[in-house]
Design a binder for this molecule. Structure first.
Ligand code: CO
Length: 174
């Protein structure tokens, strides 16, 4: 089932997510719905809080070299923790909760992350480049933050101005 995605400045997006304790059918339905929702809105990652649930659950599905999002590459992460970060990279990010806005963000280039799969099996993953960006972006959602909070004051002001104009235009249409 496709779920609604919360968008900025919805205050629920600022909630800190909690660890999952039961790896049950409810969790599996949430993960399946998040996958369907992410593809429907053409995203490459989604955190549970973006569909309104403050749970430490995220998915990532980056396109391959042919620009295809293969389901075999889908990452489902429960209660993830970044245990190592190094290096610096700047990447132009976007977010389904801030639709239509992209901006450069500075992140670690290489990370190691520990998490559980949908069945509660412990996993470790090493990621760099775009995949490391996606992990850090989604992890930020779980702590109640959005990528726009990383922007410089000038860029943030520019964003707020553009966003207000966009919301105003949308309310006129409605
Ligand atoms: Co996002």
């Amino acid at each position: 089932m496709i779920r609604d995605i919360l968008t900025y400045p919805n205050p629920i997006l600022r909630k800190k997510s909690q660890d999952v304790v039961k790896f049950n059918e409810e969790l599996h339905t949430l993960l399946d719905d998040m996958y369907e929702t992410m593809l429907h809105y053409n995203g490459v990652g989604l955190a549970a809080i973006q569909v309104g649930l403050p749970l430490n659950v995220l998915i990532i599905n980056l396109p391959n070299d042919e620009d295809v999002q293969e389901k075999s590459n889908l990452i489902e992460a429960i209660n993830p923790k970044i245990t190592h970060k190094d290096g610096i990279q700047i990447f132009t990010e976007g977010c389904l909760s801030v639709p239509g806005f992209n901006e450069d963000v500075k992140r670690a280039q290489h990370i190691i992350v520990e998490y559980f799969d949908r069945f509660g099996n412990a996993k470790t993953m090493e990621a760099e480049d775009f995949l490391a960006v996606a992990w850090q972006h989604e992890m930020e959602h779980l702590s109640g933050h959005l990528f726009i909070e990383n922007l410089s004051i000038i860029k943030r002001k520019k964003f707020e101005k553009e966003w207000k104009r966009k919301l105003k235009e949308e309310s006129k249409k409605a």
